[in-house]
Design a protein around this ligand. Sequence first.
Ligand SMILES: [Zn+2]
Length: 386
Amino acid sequence: MNDVLIQNGTLITENTCQSDMDVLLSGGKIAEVGSDLGNKPIVEGAEIVNGKGLYISPGFLDIHIHGAMGEMCEDASTNGMEIISHALAKHGTTAFLPTVGASPHDSTLKVLSIISDAKETVTGAEIVGINMEGPYLNPKLGGAQRMDAIRRYNEDELKQYIKVSKGLLTIMGLAPEVEGGMELVDNLVKSGVIACAVHTDATFDETIKAMKHGLTLTGHTFNAMRPIHHREPGIITASLLNDTIFSEYIADGFHTATPIIEIAYRLKGEKKLVLISDSVGAMGLPDGNYEFFGINCKVANGRVSLGDSDILAGSASPLLYGIKNLHKTSEIPLAHIIRMATLTPAEAIGVSEKLGSIAVGKDANVLLLNKDLDVAKVWIRGKEFS
Ligand SMILES: [Zn+2]
């Protein structure tokens, strides 16, 4: 693997965009960042890439993504994970948490094991953990989850999930207000797994209590969640008012209107908002009727809905689409939008020493984007993806 020197690009840092910057990738890491690196001995022999007119961005980290190209993490195969990993890398997502919705116990064990093994074999976006979205959710707000698989917390099941994931279980989505919910938060915290409130009807007080137990994330905030009411402000208000909690938002234009994301941005800032794709098998496929993991979905104009209903069933877009949408429709500065898809998710799941920004010593997961934010080049651990 050659060293690569990207020259004269516009570097997207966590706060701003700096023009005429160079970045050296060496040995899979970011080796140097600065201006005019071209004359330094350290860059000798490096392949030169002209970054003029392009943004140099950290690769995106998607912590909530179910699938792409007809493949779903819920019925993962080794080949399916490779297909998803490639589809993501093409769109600038260089690391992800395969996300598994509520499923029967045995099939969950099987896919957790397959995904854990796929970490070693995928050649596109890297698998950096697993997000289990369920099964201990509130069926009242099940959304497009498999209702027959939503159930009460069972400690023995959880132990098996943690064991079979070989240390990769990173996030578990749950409803803290259902029976056993708080105990589940406690046990996740003890096991080093992030407790995320999702598909939940938690009140304001129940959320505050769950946060005291160690809840640190809300999943696809506003969606499949108790809404804000002026006399019962609910989980969303609790998340908006508390800086100790990170919140996921889907910016695809269907799940969350841009002014709502702007409210969240003004209250919580770019250091606590995490953009996710929540994409399903529809990503990369044309409009049509599909069955993903036994669930019938309709994709029309890029919007995925459940059967013949209007209920949203995840997204058909990669994270990049939400980034572009937010850039086009909001007042949020580009550097902050990118931060919410890179460094902030990395901080939310505790991998920011390796991922999330262009800084010396971090993994060389780097993108070149044109002015329309289309992907021009992708490096994953210093190796160009094509
Ligand atoms: Zn969901």
